[in-house]
Design a protein around this ligand. Structure first.
Ligand SMILES: *[C@@H]1O[C@H](CO)[C@@H](O)[C@H](O)[C@H]1NC(C)=O
Ligand SMILES: *[C@@H]1O[C@H](CO)[C@@H](O)[C@H](O)[C@H]1NC(C)=O
Ligand SMILES: *[C@@H]1O[C@H](CO)[C@@H](O)[C@H](O)[C@H]1NC(C)=O
Length: 334
């Protein structure tokens, strides 16, 4: 009677102990699962973060600056900020200032800009017409530009090649010594002030198609409009340079933090002034405005202006807009 009793008690004890061990082991397994889930979610977060930082640092801005649109003032600000904000600014010097790049140079430039990590983030600037990176097999950079009232730009250029500017006063420009006024040039119908020469901003935004360079080509105008809206991050107007700088600072603070302040407080904001700019007469303005080339260039300017104001309205005027995520699924259960 004695032994079986101990045996029963012993069995009970063994049962209880092994049950406890099993329960603990299940607990340990559950903990292992949790640690695993935690670790993998942590790794994923780190990977996402690295990816985001990489994307952030990969920023490449192409500023294919139109001549005589205050581009030097803007680029000056970028040069002043680049050291502090830790990015690079590079000038793309094209032989003889040609606005058209050969196919091999487009390819090499797109390839170099895309892969040159040591320069990123970077702002590349130069006087060349728009060209499409994806067409060449490379990811889209962020294109930016400025556009100016076509007649003002034309007159500014006319006097610039005669008198130069206060930026590089020592440089002798190609028409140096020629003192003819723009009015006289137009009255005499000289080739330099031929309204066909107004055809400049359309080709810059239109790009590298043959049609882009044909003064008055309707397809070119349509293409230029399309590029402004779909292929440029931002196209500002010279007349509202300050807002262009503000928008860039708000959108890409990584590079343009402090740009507005710098523009307002340094005396570089109006760096480059063409010397001896005469106001054209009413008669001259009337003659120019009758030209279909001016009308098309002006249509592009008005289109860009309206779009710029639209972007400004939703970006500068209402700074309280918030975009947040919610209802993110699946959730991790800790
Ligand atoms: C571009 O390069 C040419 C030839 O090397 C040089 O003469 C010219 O000054 C450069 N242009 C600028 C704006 O630096
Ligand atoms: C881009 O071009 C520059 C100048 O030619 C060169 O020094 C640099 O190594 C190039 N970068 C890449 C990634 O090809
Ligand atoms: C403004 O420019 C002048 C020379 O043109 C210079 O002497 C002065 O230090 C500049 N001021 C600032 C605040 O940069």
């Amino acid at each position: 009677m004695f032994l079986p009793k101990i045996g029963l008690f012993g069995l009970l004890l063994i049962f209880v102990i092994s049950s406890l061990i099993i329960i603990y082991q299940i607990q340990i397994l559950k903990l292992h699962d949790k640690i695993y889930a935690l670790e993998s979610s942590l790794n994923e977060n780190v990977a996402t973060q690295n990816r985001q930082e990489k994307i952030h640092d990969d920023t490449v801005i192409i500023y294919n600056r139109v001549p005589k649109t205050a581009s030097t003032s803007f680029v000056g600000i970028a040069y002043d900020l680049c050291k502090k904000n830790n990015f690079h600014v590079l000038h793309v010097n094209v032989t003889a200032n040609s606005h058209v790049l050969s196919l091999n140079n487009q390819f090499e430039l797109a390839k170099n800009v895309t892969h040159w990590t040591a320069m990123k983030p970077a702002l590349y600037h130069g006087h060349f017409a728009y060209f499409d990176f994806p067409k060449l097999g490379f990811p889209k950079p962020l294109y930016i530009n400025l556009i100016r009232r076509p007649l003002d730009r034309f007159i500014s250029y006319y006097y610039f090649v005669r008198y130069g500017d206060n930026y590089r006063p020592y440089l002798v420009r190609k028409k140096h010594g020629n003192t003819m006024s723009f009015d006289e040039c137009v009255a005499r119908k000289l080739p330099e002030c031929d309204p066909n020469n107004l055809w400049l901003q359309v080709p810059f935004f239109c790009g590298h198609a043959a049609n882009c360079r044909k003064p008055g080509n309707k397809w070119a105008l349509a293409e230029a409009k399309k590029n402004i809206v779909t292929n440029y991050l931002l196209v500002g107007v010279t007349e509202e340079l300050q807002d262009f700088i503000s928008l860039l600072e708000i959108t890409i603070p990584r590079m343009f933090k402090g740009a507005l302040d710098h523009y307002l407080n340094s005396n570089k904001s109006h760096l480059r002034k063409t010397i001896q700019k005469e106001v054209p007469s009413e008669k001259t303005i009337k003659i120019i405005k009758e030209s279909p080339i001016w009308q098309m260039e002006n249509e592009l300017y008005d289109f860009a202006l309206e779009y710029f104001h639209f972007v400004k309205k939703y970006t500068l005027k209402d700074r309280n807009q918030k975009v947040v995520y919610e209802k993110v699924r699946p959730k991790y259960t800790w």
